[in-house]
Design a protein around this ligand. Structure first.
Ligand SMILES: [Zn+2]
Ligand SMILES: [Zn+2]
Length: 308
């Protein structure tokens, strides 16, 4: 799956604030075309990666939503472990202002040298980076410290190839078909055949959004528009809505409301307060608003696939 079409999402830590015997601290692995993207780095994330069989890809990027310990303390261990494993490829790490100081502090206080370069990018709203056929956009959400939500947005894919049409235009099956599928015009018998002659309309790519820690905000609704998957924190249930408001977190119902307003396909709730040993209450309350919801648990895998 990881090297094939689509996106694989692996939840490596789904608790909020403190870990529990069942749930690690926030970390989500995204595998796409051989690249690994990590969303947040809760403590012990590298061990969770091993247990999940996610691997430490050469092509890897890390996105930190905010500088609360439960989301960033795992970065120290991850960097050190990857150093000891002999990583040489640079590692880009994205996050809000202050992240560079945190990484420097880890290295200085703990006195470790790394055999690879950590490229810290302190980002704000807008495009955080571009990758192989995608971009990552960030917005500030509603939390007690500057916190970014991230959207991974794939570029449009070429339209569906029409073989009958290609044959009719005299293009024989083989490398010329491949060229047309890749968007190149080809010459057949002195005549030019263009990709648009044999391809259907461009097809949309996948979109995935991660909220970080946040209270309800319209900005997240905007960012999540039409997403295939929204991963949203759901720290509390309805009875603790006042606490959610006070601490700038969300209830499961509020997360579901974002999903509904944004018209996403699927919602995964994470950052579950340790008080919920059984999270079915959160799922029930969310489901009253938005049907396609799952409460994430450690090592849950979700596959996002193309529908056309
Ligand atoms: Zn948190
Ligand atoms: Zn937080």
């Amino acid at each position: 799956m990881a090297s094939g079409a689509g996106i694989e999402v692996v939840f490596l830590g789904t608790s909020g604030s403190v870990p529990t015997p069942e749930r690690g601290l926030p970390c989500i692995a995204i595998r796409r075309r051989g690249e690994l993207l990590l969303l947040d780095c809760g403590e012990g994330c590298q061990r969770q990666m091993m247990r999940a069989g996610v691997g430490f890809a050469k092509r890897m990027k890390v996105f930190i939503t905010h500088l609360h310990g439960d989301h960033v303390l795992g970065l120290a261990g991850l960097l050190q472990s990857m150093g000891l494993m002999g990583r040489e490829e640079p590692l880009p790490v994205y996050g809000p202002r202050g992240l560079a100081r945190v990484v420097e502090a880890f290295k200085e206080a703990l006195g470790f040298e790394l055999p690879f370069r950590v490229e810290v990018h302190e980002v704000g709203e807008g495009e955080a980076c571009r990758g192989d056929g995608y971009r990552v956009e960030a917005v500030f959400v509603e939390h007690s410290v500057p916190t970014l939500a991230y959207a991974l947005i794939e570029e449009e894919r070429p339209g569906r190839f029409n073989p009958e049409r290609a044959l009719k235009l005299g293009v024989p099956k083989g490398p010329l078909w491949k060229a047309l599928q890749m968007g190149e015009a080809v010459e057949v018998g002195g005549r030019l055949v263009k990709p648009e002659d044999v391809l259907g309309p461009p097809r949309r790519g996948l979109k995935l959004v991660y909220s970080g820690d946040t209270g309800f905000t319209e900005k997240l609704v905007e960012l999540s528009r039409g997403a295939d998957l929204l991963i949203h924190e759901a720290t509390f249930d309805d009875s603790l809505e006042h606490k959610a408001l006070e601490e700038k977190h969300s209830t499961a119902r509020q997360a579901a409301t974002v999903a509904k307003l944004a018209g996403v396909k699927k919602l995964a709730l994470t950052h579950i307060s340790p008080r919920y040993q059984d999270p079915s209450l959160l799922e029930q309350q969310a489901r009253q608003v938005f049907e396609h919801v799952v409460v994430a648990y450690d090592f849950l895998k979700l596959n996002l696939v193309y529908e056309d």
